[in-house]
Write a protein that binds this ligand. Structure first.
Ligand code: HSE
Length: 306
């Protein structure tokens, strides 16, 4: 096999209580990439549509992640990459992670899978380092593993796959303003109180237990963030209204997707997820901000060949 075309899913990172450790892959929105094995050494981005991003491999997240893989590999040739961006940069649904994971996953397939998924996470994290200044794994891990993932530890890297209840849907609204992850990280405090910690890890445990036992109400009431959301929500116009309207429309819970400005809600069933999407839209129609809405089942497979 010389060439492969892949779907690289969007992802929701943090999932309210799990800053930098929890994430989930979506199904209805993602990028496409074509990756080609060539004899010329190195990585070349030969095409990039949908977003204005650098083509130079060392300045592009897919290029940087791919170079990290090449460096660890004994393969003597190189790769050409075409990127068809559907996920907007700075949207909070893992745009950079989709590109960096797509590159390394496809390269690994073309090389006959010399690397494990956890090694691919490590390579893709280099793309996140370029994009945000921090090599976080909570978007790249679910894109590569599918479903929900927990980064139990960064050092050593330990990623745990968490099952998803069958009827769980995510509704995501992306108000068309750009929030750079590096900016929304720089506003965060670096210290928390013990009282905040107690609430937060109670919710992380509750969310994981709810996902394992298909307890939708437990999933919903665990979607609380006492540390990051109170600060970051200030950067997102209409956040409080979107959240209360989503909950009124039947969402299990609602919070900031990744570093924002997208806002996500989890819902039981597609009908409620669509209704929640309508209620979120109305808030931005009233404020006069354009938006995209995505309603998606949980993507349990992650990146796939198309
Ligand atoms: N955990 C990261 C953050 C995700 O919230 O900064 C960025 O998408």
């Amino acid at each position: 096999m010389r060439e492969i075309r892949v779907f690289c899913p969007a992802t929701i990172a943090n999932i309210s209580c799990g800053f930098d450790v929890l994430g989930v892959a979506l199904d209805s929105v993602g990028d496409e990439m074509v990756v080609r094995k060539v004899s010329k050494k190195g990585i070349r981005i030969t095409k990039l549509t949908g977003q204005d991003l650098p083509l130079e491999a060392k300045k592009n997240v897919a290029g940087v992640a791919g170079l990290a893989l090449l460096e660890a590999s004994d393969y003597d040739g190189g790769f050409e990459i075409e990127i068809y961006k559907k996920i907007k940069a700075g949207s909070g649904i893992g745009s950079s992670a989709a590109s960096s994971t797509g590159a390394v996953w496809a390269m690994n397939e073309l090389l006959g899978r010399p690397f494990s998924k956890i090694e691919l996470v490590r390579f893709a994290m280099e793309g996140e380092r370029l994009a945000s200044g921090v090599a976080h794994a909570d978007n790249v891990a679910p894109a590569l593993f599918g479903g929900f993932t927990l980064v139990r530890s960064y050092n050593p890297l330990d990623v745990i796959s968490i099952p998803s209840p069958d009827q769980l849907y995510a509704t995501v609204i992306h108000p068309q303003i750009e929030v750079k992850t590096s900016d929304s990280r720089s506003v965060l405090r670096t210290k928390i109180t013990l009282a905040q910690g107690i609430k937060q890890w109670g919710n992380v445990g509750g969310l994981i237990a709810g996902l394992f036992t298909n307890d939708y109400d437990l999933v919903g009431r665990s979607l609380e963030d006492h540390i990051v959301e109170p600060i970051r929500s200030i950067l997102i116009p209409g956040f409080d209204n979107v959240k209360s309207e989503a909950l009124n429309a039947g969402a299990l819970g609602c919070g900031i997707s990744g570093s924002g400005p997208s806002i996500f809600a989890f819902c039981k069933g597609e009908a409620i997820a669509n209704k929640v999407g309508e209620s979120m839209k109305e808030v931005y129609q009233d404020i006069g901000i354009d938006y995209d809405v995505h309603v998606s089942k949980i993507n349990t497979k992650g990146i796939r060949v198309i």
